[in-house]
Design a protein around this ligand. Structure first.
Ligand code: AMP
Ligand code: ZN
Ligand code: ZN
Length: 308
């Protein structure tokens, strides 16, 4: 297959990727150009940040977040990495993730902020999950990651945090929220969560790019990323929704993008009204971070651990 852009210029360059839902075959050079244009367009469309602001890019060491850091840096944004080291021992997961992020930070020549859960709180995420009586490590992990992203951003003077969530993640989350009719979550699901009541702005510049596209971008740019997933994430229910959408995408190319884009345009404004009335934020009595209850969920879990 030949690159469509090259062909239109009378050249015959081989395509490295075929984007079925866009009916677009592209060579390496034109795929990179296309991908970065999509990112730039999303950043501008949702007014995520400008070149005058510093952006904290949350990097796990996986393909999405490292590709995001790479693309934003290349597009001329002032980026800083943030890696949260969770202390997951299986498969040397946390140790390897940190190494990969450090090396990548060196390659980009951009600073990496590292927060270690054990140093910060005295426990790893697995110890916290066990001690607080929650068997689901993933949800504990998610709570601490969100908490620390916000805390570090505020302490270090960032107004915006960017994460590597892609279209596969967002459309699977949308399907899951829809099937459960989680009205509050539906009203809040967005490429941009504005700064509000002590939460810094959170953005997802890859929300219209598929996992196939982000992994291809990582490969053509020779990004070394963690191929292994987290050893605790085996049972994630989001995987079922991703598989269901992959089937629909195979049968009807463009389903994921249409589902998510039309939701943002037509359905989200309806659900948004539900959210505004329900959510009241105050400061956690212990740590001062924003929460809907007197003590935030992070402090509650840590308190329970100290009681054991
Ligand atoms: P996940 O929830 O693991 O799918 O990750 C979603 C996004 O959260 C990633 O693309 C990263 O931007 C961010 N993220 C996940 N894990 C970490 C971590 N350990 N440190 C910093 N950011 C992370
Ligand atoms: Zn080309
Ligand atoms: Zn707290």
């Amino acid at each position: 297959m030949l690159c469509k852009v090259c062909r239109s210029k009378g050249k015959r360059k081989k395509a490295v990727i075929y984007l079925r839902h866009h009916r677009l075959a592209l060579c390496k050079e034109h795929f990179i150009e296309w991908f970065e244009r999509q990112v730039e367009r999303t950043v501008k469309k949702f007014k995520m940040f400008t070149r005058k602001e510093k952006v904290l890019v949350a990097v796990s060491g996986g393909k999405d977040s490292l590709s995001l850091w790479f693309a934003l840096n290349k597009l001329g944004y002032e980026t800083y990495g943030l890696h949260i080291s969770l202390g997951i021992e299986g498969w040397d997961y946390s140790k390897e993730s940190l190494r990969v992020c450090r090396e990548f930070s060196g390659r980009l020549g951009r600073p990496l902020i590292v927060v270690n859960l054990k140093e910060e709180f005295g426990y790893t995420v697995e110890e916290i999950a066990k001690g607080s009586g929650r068997r689901d490590v993933c949800s504990v992990c998610g709570t601490f990651k969100r908490y620390l992203m916000n805390k570090v951003a505020k302490e270090e003077g960032f107004k915006v945090v960017a994460t590597g969530h892609n279209l596969d993640d967002e459309s699977a989350l949308l399907l899951s929220n829809t099937i459960r009719w989680e009205l509050g979550y539906l009203g809040r699901q967005s490429p941009v969560l504005p700064e509000e009541g002590g939460f810094v702005k959170k953005v997802k510049p890859f929300c219209f790019l598929t996992e196939k596209e982000t992994v291809s971008y990582a490969i053509v740019n020779e990004i070394e990323y963690m191929e292994k997933g987290c050893p605790n994430a085996k049972e994630a229910t989001s995987a079922h929704f991703k598989r269901a959408l992959a089937y629909l995408e195979h049968k009807m190319p463009g389903t994921k993008l249409r589902f998510y884009k039309e939701f943002l345009k037509r359905a989200r404004p309806v659900f948004e009204k539900e959210v505004k009335e329900g959510l009241e934020l105050n400061e956690c009595e212990v740590c001062g971070m924003p929460t809907t209850s007197p003590v935030c969920s992070v402090c509650r879990m840590l308190q329970r651990l100290k009681e054991c």
